[in-house]
Structures are given as C-alpha cells and as structure tokens.
Ligand binder design. Structure first.
Ligand SMILES: Nc1ncnc2c1ncn2[C@@H]1O[C@H](COP(=O)(O)OP(=O)(O)OP(=O)(O)O)[C@@H](O)[C@H]1O
Length: 254
C-alpha cells in the first residue's frame, strides 16, 4: 500500500517494572492517518506499550526502559526531548472519562491556555472546532458554561477527546476508551474514531476483538509482553500467521 507513512516506530523496546519485564523486544510501526489496535489477554502489556508512546511510564517509580521510540526521526526517550511538547503532539484518552471539575468551555480551553493562548476569540474558535471534531458541538453548544460533570458518560468521553484535540495533536492514544460506556455511547465513539483518522493517527487498546476489527486498520496481538503478530486487521482476524494469534482470536484463551 503506497499510502502507508510511518509516524511512530518502536525499536527493540524493553520495559521493566523493577525486576519484572513487562515488554520484550517490541518492534512495531504505527502508520499515519490510520487506526492501530493493540489486543491481547489481560496483563500482556497493551497499556504499558501505549503509555510508552508518550512517556506516561516516566511517572511510574522503578520503571526502566531500553530501546527506542522514533517520532519525527528522534528517539522520544533521548535526553533533551521536550516532554511537554511531545505530549501535546501525542495526546491520551483514558478508560474512565476524566473531565476537570470545570465548565465544558474551560475543559477544552485548558490546554491551549497552558500553552499560551489567551485571546478569547481564538479560544472560542478552538473550543467550537474541537467540540465539532469530537461530534459533541450539537449537544452542548448552548451550555458551554455548564459543568462538564453534568454530561453523560459518553458525552464526557467525547469531551475528553475534544480536550485532547484542542492542543492540535498528531497522534491520539486511547486506552480502552469505551469500557465504561453503554453500547450506544460506544458506537458513537467508534464512528468518531473513524472520522478522526482523516486528520489524526489513533492507537487504541481494547479488550474487545469485535471493536478492534470494527475500528482499526492495523492490529498488534500481544502476549506476555511480546508483540506476537502485527499486521492488517482483516488478515489478523481471518488468517493470522501465528498459531498463538489464531488461538486468541478464536477464543481458545484470553
Ligand atoms: N505500575 C506497575 N508496576 C508494576 N507492574 C505493573 C505496573 N503496571 C503494569 N504492571 C504489570 O505489567 C504487566 C502488563 O500490564 P499492562 O497493564 O500493560 O497489561 P494490559 O495488557 O494492558 O492488561 P489489561 O488488559 O488487564 O489492562 C502486568 O503483569 C502488570 O501486572
């Protein structure tokens, strides 16, 4: 496929929590403007790998990493990386919607303000654009000053996505973004993910194989900290190369 451009790449990535090795020699490529899903049984290292992509594991005591993650020709783990800027470009959405206890408007404006945007007209534009991109504008445009906590769970999660978009990321990391949502809210997020990949690159951790097959273009199957198989989602779910992958997708373990 000629439209595959690598935006992020791990090279022999190993991660240790103290003595325990949670990732082993992970090599994976993430393609721009595509959705990549990480699947595998509980504890296989999906969230750990996702958190490496914007150095969220830096916050974990006793966590040690070797190997490289290349983003724009630089190893994000090299000394001198501007971690704040990198996290602006590689944003994250968590399992539980986690709006700030502020108004809808202030949730979205929070990041741009921190990064120096003070002009109210500019902030208004960012808030509107971000909420539109997150498919939430129609539902909230007439109550932007109301508390974000008053939104439904699904709306809160779309608000958190809008908050991430407000600082103009390139990559959005999503750690089981639908696990706290009902089926209708889940399907809204899934169709949103499909829209987002036109502008952004999405990496999603999911427990749901059906969700991975619905939303992703590429899938990585992990097991015991290793990337067992990575490839085209349709191929992974219909004719994987590895027996372990086949056993997992056919429900023989998990
Ligand atoms: N902060 C931590 N300190 C020590 N060990 C950890 C920490 N976070 C994760 N682990 C361990 O690392 C391994 C991988 O965990 P991780 O959460 O990445 O797996 P996962 O595939 O995302 O699991 P799940 O699907 O259950 O969320 C597990 O054995 C887990 O117990």
């Amino acid at each position: 496929m000629s439209d595959k451009e690598t935006i992020l790449e791990t090279k022999k990535l190993n991660l240790f929590y103290g003595e325990k090795q949670a990732l082993t020699e992970v090599d994976v490529q993430v393609y721009k403007n595509h959705v990549t899903a990480l699947i595998g049984p509980s504890g296989c290292g999906k969230s750990t790998l996702l958190r490496c992509f914007n150095r969220m594991n830096d916050l974990v005591a006793n966590c040690r990493i070797d190997g490289e993650i290349i983003y724009h020709d630089r190893n994000i783990y090299s000394p001198g990386t501007d971690v704040v800027h990198m996290r602006k470009k590689i944003g994250m959405v968590f399992q539980q919607p986690n709006p700030f206890p502020k108004s809808i408007y202030d949730n979205i404006a929070y990041g741009p303000r921190i990064h120096g945007t003070k002009d109210r007209k500019k902030l208004d534009e960012i808030v509107e654009k971000s909420l539109k991109q997150a498919a939430l504008w129609e539902e909230v445009h007439d109550r932007l000053d109301e508390p974000a906590m008053g939104l439904s769970g699904g709306q809160q999660q779309r608000l958190c996505i809008a908050r991430t978009l407000a600082v103009e990321p390139e990559i959005i990391l999503m750690d089981e973004p639908c696990s706290a949502l009902d089926p209708i809210a889940t399907s809204k997020i899934e169709s949103l993910i499909d829209d987002l990949k036109k502008t952004y690159t999405v990496i999603i951790v999911t427990h749901s194989m059906s969700q991975a097959s619905r939303v992703s273009d590429y899938t990585g199957f992990m097991y015991l900290g290793k990337m067992i198989e990575f490839g085209d989602t349709e191929k992974i779910f219909t004719s994987p190369d590895e027996e372990l992958t086949n056993n997992y997708i056919t429900g023989r373990f998990g």
